[in-house]
Design a protein around this ligand. Structure first.
Ligand code: IMP
Ligand code: MG
Length: 172
């Protein structure tokens, strides 16, 4: 068992997700949003966010890999599982767990905008700006965090700890 210290509590995360949902409810009033969750890391965030949306919502998921089993981005991005539905003419919000190097979303955003959504935004639960290698336009972020490897609330270390209800730092 690795030693994990709490960085962001469950309560703080839920309070912030409510604020992010309130903003979406306002910004998209009178519209429908199509949430695109990036598997697997965003699942907890996308569910907690979706439950707090009062506008009509549809959801889809895709799986992208840029990491091996370690803690460094390989820089090579691959769509492992594509969306089930077309995003053409939909108001898409890409929901990501964390923007780190930026490699994943820098690759993915042009791929998705080529599919002609009515609009496309990107939100992330966490942002680690110190590690950015590629530029990514983020519309809303839950928490800006320091350069540490974090787990929980969907984020893993070698596939473990996704189920932790808080964000913690693994002492590797
Ligand atoms: P990026 O392409 O480097 O921006 O990061 C892409 C993915 O790396 C994220 O969606 C996460 O799945 C994973 N990742 C980046 N930093 C961390 C971390 O601190 N803990 C767990 N996963 C991370
Ligand atoms: Mg991810």
């Amino acid at each position: 068992m690795d030693k994990i210290s709490v960085l962001i509590s469950k309560e703080a995360i839920e309070t912030r997700i409510q604020e992010m949902a309130d903003k979406i409810n306002q910004d998209y009033a009178g519209k429908e949003v199509h949430l695109v969750g990036i598997l697997k890391g965003s699942v907890f965030f996308v569910c907690e966010l979706a439950k707090r949306l009062t506008i009509p919502v549809t959801m889809d998921f895709m799986s992208v890999s840029s990491y091996g089993a370690g803690t460094e981005s390989s820089g090579r991005v691959k769509i492992v599982m594509d969306l089930a539905e077309s995003i053409k003419d939909k108001h898409v919000i890409i929901v990501e767990d964390i923007i780190d190097s930026g490699n994943t979303l820098n690759y993915l955003m042009p791929v998705l905008s080529n599919r002609q959504p009515a609009s496309m935004k990107l939100i992330a639960l966490l942002d680690k700006p110190d590690r950015r290698v590629k530029e990514v336009p983020i519309d809303d972020v839950g928490f800006v965090i320091p350069d540490a490897f974090v787990v929980g609330y969907g984020l893993d270390y070698a596939q473990k700890y996704r189920n932790l209800p808080y964000i913690g730092i693994v002492e590797i």
